[in-house]
Design a protein around this ligand. Sequence first.
Ligand SMILES: [Zn+2]
Length: 343
Amino acid sequence: MKIKGNKIYLPKLGWVKFYNSRPIPNGFKIKSVTVRKKADGSYVSVRIEDESVTKFPETKLEEIKTVTGLDMGLGKLIYCSDKSAINNPKFATNKTTKRLQKIRQRRISRKKRHSNNRRKAQQRLSIFQHKIAIKRDAYQWEVAKRIVYKSDAIAIEDLNIAGMIKRCKPKRDEHIGRFLKNGQSAKRALNRLIADASWYSLTQKIEYMAAKSGKIVLRVHPRHTSQECSVCHHIDPDNREGEKFFCTNCGHVDDANFQAGINIKNKAINHYGLNIIKKVRRDLPEPKQLTLFQTPTSELTELKRRKQSASNGKRVVPGNLSEYAFQLSLFNQENNHPDRDSL
Ligand SMILES: [Zn+2]
């Protein structure tokens, strides 16, 4: 595997031109290269390794002082135990995208089968969907960063999302043999919302960011997290009524979603036996983060653009310029974006 400027050597393919978004820092070896075909082209991601770099610091359970419980939802994406919430932009299920998607789908179905025009229309739809996925990914990285800064540990529910998206079982009338309504048409909309929120990939990103900043993600069993009272620990399905929480035992009133977040936090504390400091300053400075690479920021992109215009329109390949090769910095206080693997 070799990279030379804006060309990469791939086995069986030879030298292939590509966009080199980031130079490989000194001392790093290329471990593997993955080429992925997406709707708008092929992406190559390069895995690199330097054995002299220290590993990410591991967090011990005894060192945890603060915990945030997260309840994943649809109205808001995340309800935190500190009573803050993160919006759910619904990238694929909002009104505009649904309409656009429908139009693009209709354009395909009106074209003759196996025709070139139909293939092109299909291509346009998949690029549209790919762009939605990119937006969702970028948003989730921002969310994961914000969540991880909150506390030493993050408690989340161990959800079985594949089971939640399952279709309803078909119901059948035993005498006539006809199929009865089983509520699938109503559930389909909910399934789409759940798939659009993509809690699984969000938790994965939270885990990645946590490991990177020396934090820990604790998983708890989801049983009764939305039915339990956080004050008297009374469990009753009648406690919850839609968005409202009203304890039938002690009369504690709260928002049902935040109640779940607090329950998840308490569960994690009990289950892992944590020593939690009750009062925490809200305005804590952002924690130190182990940074391996400086990812391109908007200022850097502007710098790049200026260089390009200064070089009389010739395309500047970042891999060739020494000023773009950044020094490896440990415990950088700067606010960095997480590493994205696509180039
Ligand atoms: Zn209660």
